[in-house]
Design a binder for this molecule. Structure first.
Ligand SMILES: [Zn+2]
Length: 301
């Protein structure tokens, strides 16, 4: 039986308007809708007067202007970045230039390792945080206190930011209501992603605010559904291998029936992420490097 994920896609907002979404939390959505961004990047503003900004967004002048214009009379003191994809971090540079606020993040994209085959069009290779932020680090401002939660998987440098006094978690792209997360090797890592989902189950956050789409008000049920969904996908991949289907493109055709053709490539990367995880657990084998074009088989065959 297929796992049902309780997706949430009811999302009321107006582009370019900084709007209150919860006490002490405002959000402005960038006009960059797409198959990976839903309606666009949601930039959060926390506090009043002296505020923190989470995920300034893409390189989109109108978005930065709208954010800075809406905060006229207030001061941005902190710029927090969940991860270095081009829909999240590039605008940090413009916001920093305008305000002087330091940036907080785990580190440069993919640890700064820009390998030969590690070409990933979604990565922002220009971002380096002023303040390197690690799991458990506190970031304290005027009337608010964040705790960083390292959640690698979607990217190796992904951080969620918790407001422990409010039982709120800004979950970035790690857990979203509208969609599953893209796990694309080499920087995306399925084993790390699954561990980062489990990690959230040991926390007591009551509401998640993802960077794309609406809040998740029953977050543990959501996280459990994502774990079950990935286990189901993994079982499907093993069934493919048992049936002698050993290539990624053929697996995508069998496993993702009716998928939007624009998402085929992402689905292939996701299957590859599962295969790399299964190789790490010695369930699957391939000859040579685990790539999108390789042929895979079960280790016990
Ligand atoms: Zn992302």
């Amino acid at each position: 039986m297929a796992v049902e994920i309780p997706f949430r896609r009811d999302f009321a907002f107006e582009y370019g308007r900084l709007e209150p979404v919860a006490p002490g939390i405002r959000r402005i959505v960038a006009n960059n809708p797409g198959p990976f961004t839903f309606r666009g990047t949601g930039t959060y503003v926390i506090g009043e007067g002296k505020v923190a900004v989470i995920d300034p967004g893409p390189e989109l002048v109108e978005h930065v202007d709208a954010l800075l214009g809406a905060l006229r009379g207030e001061t941005i003191t902190h710029i927090l970045v969940t991860h270095t994809h081009r829909d999240h971090s590039p605008a940090a540079a413009a916001v920093k230039a305008a305000t002087g606020a330091p940036t907080y993040g785990f580190g440069p994209h993919a640890g700064g390792r820009r390998g030969e085959t590690a070409v990933e069009e979604g990565g922002d290779w220009d971002f380096t945080p002023d303040i390197v932020t690690r799991d458990g680090d506190e970031i304290v401002g005027s009337g608010w206190r964040f705790e960083a939660v390292h959640t690698p998987g979607h990217t190796s440098n992904h951080l969620c930011f918790a407001l422990p006094d409010n039982a709120i978690l800004f979950s970035g792209d790690h857990v979203m209501g509208w969609s599953t997360s893209v796990i694309a090797p080499p920087d995306g890592d399925m084993a790390a992603y699954m561990a980062s989902l489990e990690k959230l189950l040991h926390r007591d956050d009551g509401v998640y605010w993802p960077t794309h789409g609406p809040a998740i008000t029953d977050p543990k049920a959501h996280v459990r559904a994502f774990i079950a969904h990935r286990r189901e996908r993994e079982a499907g991949i093993i069934a493919c291998l048992e049936a002698g289907v050993g290539r990624v493109d053929a697996m995508v055709e069998r496993l993702y029936v009716g998928l939007n053709p624009n998402l085929h490539r992402a689905a292939g990367r996701s299957v590859l992420a599962h295969l790399i995880d299964l190789i790490g657990r010695e369930v699957v084998k391939t000859d040579g490097t685990a790539t999108i074009d390789a042929t895979y088989r079960l280790a016990d065959r």
